[in-house]
Write a protein that binds this ligand. Sequence first.
Ligand code: RFL
Length: 391
Amino acid sequence: MESSRTKVVIIGAGPAGLLLGQLLQKCGIDHVILELRSAEYVLSRVRAGVLEQPTMAALREAGVATRMDREGLPMTGFDLMWEDRRAHINFSLAGKCVMVYGQTRITEDLMQARQATGGITHYETTNVQPHDFDTEQPWVSYEKDGRQFRIDCDFIAGCDGHHGVSHKSVPKDRIKTYDFAFPFGWLAILADVPPVSEQVAWINHPDGFVMCSLRSKTRSRYYFQVPVDEDIKAWDADRFWGEYRRRLPTSLAERLVTGPALEMSFTPLRSTVNTPMRFGRMFLAGDAAHIVPPTGAKGLNMAIADARRLFEGLKQFYHGGGGHMEQLDSYSDDALARVWKAVRFSWWMTNLSHRLSDNPFNRQMQLAELEYISGSVAAQTTIAENFCGLD
Ligand code: RFL
């Protein structure tokens, strides 16, 4: 086995791992990123696209925001629609705004910055395994190109997503997982067509949720609700557009432009929180610690917030004089306080906007709540401040 040493081993090169790496790189703190997939595969994943203000600030701090500031689209509100009704949620009620800028681009910007500054990422590493994280001498083993490696380190950052190895390496009696799976998911299309609505719209249709979203002025991302056991292979772009148009309010259906699918995917909706987010010298960040239904546009923002907070703890340890652990010690509690609020908002938005069951009572409750929101500035303000991110 070939051995080496660094200060921090980051497992996973998604947004959480790459941002943490870039912040450490800027501070001169030695680290290595290990990623299961190839760089091309990581870049091909189409995911989130709505950035809260603290996310934008973190990307600026990491020095990777030039393209975001040039090409990102400011989003000042969104529409909630049902039947022939509409409530506009104006983010100015919360004194904030967000930005539309795709996760793929963030990943690309972070990868380019990493390459330019000489940060080390080993792609296509297999059998990555954290060891001895309960001691002050943790280490990580992995394989690449048929060779075995060992990296000794001070800390391990588990940024390896929901299916990663980090949280699975913790003994079952030391980790508590809270989990709720909705019985439905989202079928999505990405297409180079102008967005059907200038405002991103969340639409409660009696047959299930519909969303009009965008990545730019010429690229749209549309979703609708399907049962979790839907045969996804039975859906091609033509069938998608037909059902999508059918569920849109008439005013939008008339304006819908369709086109070839750049990508189609299915995302099951679930909420999962692994607690705590720290195990000795291993810290979980991003989807490795929690996932949320995308309804509240929180997943990416939560991952970036965790990475930012973990970075502050590591910076204090290495640059604060005397190996201070205070911020690392409070990482899990501080992060979870924020995480649970975002989980709640994502769960609530999902319950408000999706077909929950065949029971008509549920729909009447949703309609009453939507009517209440449309007539209450207080309710709209609550939604705006949660959507834009709680401080
Ligand atoms: P990621 O992006 O999943 O990255 C984790 C990385 O770890 C690697 N990995 C490993 N590496 C080494 N060894 C192992 N054993 C490993 N196992 C895994 C993976 O290959 C990967 O590169 O997690 P991170 O960095 O925490 O970032 C989180 C965000 O990606 C995620 O929260 C959002 O994309 C969630 N999400 C959405 N969030 C939103 O806010 N709005 C959205 O519209 C939205 N759409 C989505 C989404 C997530 C999706 N996925 C995960 C199913 C749509 C989809 C399809």
